[in-house]
Ligand binder design. Structure first.
Ligand SMILES: [Cu+2]
Length: 467
């Protein structure tokens, strides 16, 4: 553009005179002229780029369509996955094919005691049940749409023929309300994947239409785990006093969930001392990545959404970042008993409603304010001047009442004190003696002398610590 202006056959005076005479029309025509000139130097027709005759060697081992193998059996071919607070989708065998049925529908869902909302999920659950199968299985998945809007299902990370990929408009037509579609493919890989609506994604996924899709290996390279857990990470905006998550929210989420439950609604993972434990984390939230931190252990990251990581390339971590659309699988041996927290390390992701909109009250000295306001508003209490912990404690104790259908700043009661985390927090309970994997064994009983406790005067004096 600049070059063209320099070569225009008019000097500045002529140009200005022209502008004065013709007004903006002259400028417009000059700009059009310049644009034309520029355009001539750009390719205005597609070139015929020569097509390379050779084929590259695949960067990864190509997973070609394989013949369907006899259906993998739970217990014999794999250890079934556990989805805390949810279940695996049942299937039945029909002529050697595993047949599943997903029903997309509105579901009244409880996020934690005290908070319910009308969400969209599958088969009466939020999120959808975990689809579980084995490499080499032929699967047929029927999807019935009971939502008030069109939908479709995409098998995220699963290698499928293009027409089974589920993007409404691109790979298939929209499944209209009341219709049932059939998807069918042979599983050519193993790994931790997902499924989700791929029509009006912003709305439908924000309301919960997502679920895990676990494909067990036919011949495992790793030792088979004793405990195999899967968690879907998600985020929601549910304003206090409302009954539906707001799918239009772009940044400001206030409920963060493992399998659609916010602590204290999250069921613990239960393992026996010495078990090999696998935890699969998948994230289909709208906007946020989650560094998930497991206490008490270091682990190996054994899978990404691309599949198994060769042992030589597995990272040893204690936190693993799970970005939106990604899966990460971690493996470890549970050789340290106790109640170990697993949580997102973004501190705003271990809170429940309201933490973000609270004015900064740190250091505020209320003086006689409380007494004065109480004459007008009985029960008034200045909050937040020493942090947010008390907010939940007051609500838990009944001192303060939370607005109906809300869990403002709430954590939950712990064995020692109130736990001031909510949201993306759950607990791994490792016990030497365990009656059942399916029952919460209660809080850990620590061996004598292994709990941090109040230091005595004598101890302080002995160690020369002045307080
Ligand atoms: Cu997070």
């Amino acid at each position: 553009m600049k070059k063209k202006i320099a070569t225009l056959p008019i000097d500045r005076r002529t140009f200005l005179a022209g502008v004065a005479a013709l007004g903006s029309g002259a400028v417009l025509s000059r700009n059009l002229h310049a644009a034309e000139e520029v355009h001539r130097h750009e390719p205005d027709r597609p070139h015929d780029t020569p097509v390379a005759a050779h084929r590259h060697k695949p960067l990864l081992e190509r997973i070609d369509p394989k013949p369907t193998l006899p259906p993998g059996e739970p217990g014999k071919d794999y250890t079934p996955v556990v989805t805390p607070n949810n279940v695996s989708l049942p299937w039945k065998m029909v002529d050697g094919v595993k047949v599943y049925h997903l029903v997309a529908e509105e579901v009244e869902h409880q996020f934690a005691p005290g908070l319910k909302a009308k969400c969209w999920g599958y088969n009466g659950r939020v999120h959808g049940p975990t689809i579980e199968a084995v490499e080499g299985d032929r699967v047929r998945i029927y999807v019935t749409n009971q939502l008030p809007a069109g939908t479709s299902v995409h098998w995220h990370g699963v290698l499928v023929p293009n027409g089974m990929d589920g993007i409404a408009g691109l790979n298939q037509r929209i499944i209209r309300p009341g219709e049932t579609f059939r998807y069918e493919f042979t599983l050519r890989q193993h790994g931790t994947h997902m499924y989700h609506s791929h029509h009006d994604e912003m709305t439908q996924m924000a309301l919960g239409t997502v679920g895990p899709f676990v494909i067990h290996p036919r011949r495992p390279q790793e030792e088979r785990p004793d405990r195999d857990f899967v968690f879907m990470l998600h985020e929601w905006r549910i304003d206090v006093g409302t009954a539906r998550p707001n799918p239009n929210e772009m940044l400001d989420f206030n409920i963060f969930t493992f399998n659609a439950k916010a602590f204290p609604g999250t069921a613990p993972m239960v393992a026996r001392l010495g078990d090999r434990v696998r935890i699969r984390l998948v994230n289909l939230g709208a906007m946020n990545h989650h560094p998930i931190h497991l206490h008490g252990y270091r682990f190996r990251v054994t899978e990404t959404d691309g599949g198994q990581i060769p042992e030589s390339a597995q990272q040893v971590e204690s936190s693993v970042l799970v970005a939106v659309g990604q899966s990460r699988t971690i493996d470890f041996v549970a050789d340290e008993p106790g109640d170990w927290a697993m949580h997102c390390h973004m501190t705003h992701h271990v809170m429940n409603q309201m933490g973000d909109k609270f004015p900064n009250m740190i250091g505020v000295k209320p003086g006689e304010l409380d007494a004065r306001v109480q004459s007008l508003l009985p029960g008034y209490m200045t909050m937040g001047n020493d942090g947010m912990a008390e907010h939940g404690i007051h609500i838990e104790s009944g001192h303060t009442r939370a607005p109906p259908n809300s869990i403002p700043m709430r954590g939950g009661p712990g064995p020692f004190d109130y736990i001031t985390m909510g949201g993306l927090l759950t607990v791994l309970k490792v016990r030497e003696n365990l009656e059942s994997y399916d029952r919460d064994p209660g809080w850990y009983r620590h061996p004598e002398g292994t709990v941090a406790s109040l230091a005595s005067r004598e101890e302080l004096r002995h160690d020369g610590v002045r307080v």
